[in-house]
Design a protein. Structure first.
Length: 219
């Protein structure tokens, strides 16, 4: 405890000595003197010398005097325009009337040779048909056993009609549910005649789909 007290006392003494030294130095510093004005001297600048103006000598006799220029000739007056005769006026008026009455002819556009004309669209197709009394197509034979068993229904068929009106590639597109009725319809259609499809005035081969109905009331 005594040693720590002695240290604090020593530090306090050192600090007090420094503070006293700083205070003495601040009192000993001299006050700043105000700035003094600089002395000024008057200097006399001499005036510039006067310019040397001398008269030029007169021109000698050899110097040629300039020749007077000739005046430009006055422009000649233009002749008065001739008055048109009454005949000329009448002719011009008729020509203008004929020009105004003539209709303007429009120039025809020149067809481009590099761009060919687009092809014409194909003619619509008229599909084939099996209906019509002139074809004389017999009705399919109703199977007797189907009548006894009460079988009826619609048979869907698909055929390809040639250009001569014959049926090729006959197939079943929808069954009636009874094989006897389906077979009777296929057998009858293979011998039928059709009116071929037409594209414009040309017959073409074309597919055709239709139904055959087996009705007991019509058997």
């Amino acid at each position: 405890m005594e040693s720590s007290f002695s240290r604090y006392a020593m530090l306090a003494a050192i600090t007090a000595g420094h503070v006293g030294l700083l205070l003495s130095m601040s009192h000993a510093a001299q006050p700043a003197q105000p700035p003094q004005p600089l002395p000024m001297e008057m200097v006399t600048i001499p005036a510039p010398p006067a310019p040397d103006i001398r008269p030029q000598p007169p021109a000698t006799a050899k110097t040629a005097s300039p020749k007077p220029r000739k005046a430009a000739p006055a422009p000649r007056p233009l002749p008065a325009p001739a008055k048109p005769s009454p005949k000329a006026i009448t002719t011009d008026t008729r020509a203008e009337a004929v020009t105004s009455k003539t209709p303007a002819v429009a120039e025809a556009p020149v067809a481009s040779r590099s761009e060919p004309a687009p092809p014409a669209p194909p003619a619509p197709v008229v599909p084939p048909t099996h209906a019509g009394g002139h074809l004389d197509n017999p009705r399919p034979v109703y199977p007797p056993l189907s009548i006894e068993l009460g079988e009826s229904g619609r048979v869907g068929l698909r055929v390809v009609v040639t250009t001569e009106g014959r049926a090729i590639d006959v197939s079943l597109s929808q069954s009636s549910g009874f094989p006897r009725l389906d077979r009777a319809a296929l057998q009858a259609v293979r011998n039928w005649r059709f009116r071929p499809a037409m594209r414009g005035n040309v017959p073409i081969q074309y597919p055709h789909s239709f139904f055959i109905e087996f009705d007991l009331s019509k058997a």
